[in-house]
Design a protein around this ligand. Structure first.
Ligand SMILES: Cc1cc2nc3c(=O)[nH]c(=O)nc-3n(C[C@H](O)[C@H](O)[C@H](O)COP(=O)(O)O)c2cc1C
Length: 281
């Protein structure tokens, strides 16, 4: 059963986006989780910012900003620029984040983020604690590293960062694509459960019989050998191998049992077992 609470900002997970403002000479960056997409065509977005933020002042002047999508690798920087103001503090030298020019606006983008969306403000609306900067996305810059051979965006290895109720998270495993629930259901579910099941990872590891290192959602995973019990190569198999078994029951064996014994019929009709004597050649 659910309990009913007072209204709260419980929607999650959210991207803890890095909002750049200003220009290449005087750039600023702050973290904002209150951001999202409003419309697909034209692409309309928003970011809600408290009037006390330095970023609010800068965007109100220039009417443009960039939404940069961060990865787990820069989680610490994401947090720092979300608790320090850039009014009298250089957030770039302290975090190692770097700016580079955008394609269509003067506000720079963050180099370390795989996606940067250049935005032009359409409207500023106050709702209470925050002002919503409603904006049109006029250009999107994507790190070439995440564009596959077909020209499609493949962000699985980027390791995008998520924010939920005061905590940062890496993304979990990919479990399906848009519309997967209605197309060739069984096959896709079977493949995804096979591909991502723990048993499958163990099987893969046992097959390789070595330590395994792979990258999953940008996170390096090391599977240690001693985590799973393995049969030592000196241990004997629990059942007789098929080939050996056949050999055991072959002609050779039959020949042995018939050639060593002979029977002599007695007068009462019964048989007497007697040792077989090899004929001299
Ligand atoms: C994860 C996270 C999410 C945040 N989301 C918002 C937000 O959506 N809107 C906002 O006004 N401040 C938000 N903040 C706080 C600002 O990032 C913070 O006040 C920042 O220091 C403002 O920097 P500035 O004064 O240089 O603009 C968030 C902080 C963190 C750590």
């Amino acid at each position: 059963m659910k309990k009913t609470w007072n209204p709260g900002t419980m929607l999650s997970p959210l991207p803890p986006a890095l909002i750049t403002s200003g220009d290449m000479n005087t750039p600023n960056v702050m973290t904002a989780a209150w951001t999202g997409i409003i419309c697909s065509d034209p692409v309309i977005t928003y970011v809600s910012i408290r009037p006390s933020r330095y970023t609010h002042e800068l965007i109100s002047k220039t009417k443009e900003f960039v939404i940069n999508v961060p990865t787990w690798k820069i989680a610490s920087a994401v947090d720092t620029v979300g608790v320090k103001t850039g009014r009298n503090f250089n957030k770039f030298t302290s975090t190692g984040l770097t700016v580079e020019p955008s394609s269509k606006i003067s506000t720079p983008q963050i180099k370390e983020c795989p996606i940067s969306m250049e935005c032009k403000v359409l409207e500023i609306r106050n709702f209470g604690t925050h002002d919503m900067f409603l904006a049109e996305v006029i250009s999107v810059n994507v790190d070439e590293e995440f564009i596959d051979a077909n020209g499609a965006l493949d962000l699985e290895k980027a390791g995008l960062l998520a924010y939920a109720h005061g905590f940062y998270y890496t993304l979990g495993r990919k479990i399906g694509k848009f519309g997967f629930s209605v197309e060739k259901k069984n096959k896709i579910l079977e493949i995804s459960s096979q591909k991502f099941s723990k048993e499958n990872s163990i099987k893969k590891f046992q097959k390789n019989n070595k330590e395994e290192t792979f990258v999953e959602n940008g996170v390096e995973v090391i599977v240690k050998k001693n985590k799973f019990t393995q049969k030592k190569s000196s241990e004997k198999p629990t059942f007789f191998p098929k080939k050996e078994h056949k050999k055991f029951a072959s002609k050779e064996n039959k020949k042995t049992s018939y050639s060593e014994t002979s029977y002599k019929k007695k007068s009462d009709g019964s048989f007497k077992k007697k040792p077989y004597l090899k004929k001299e050649k």
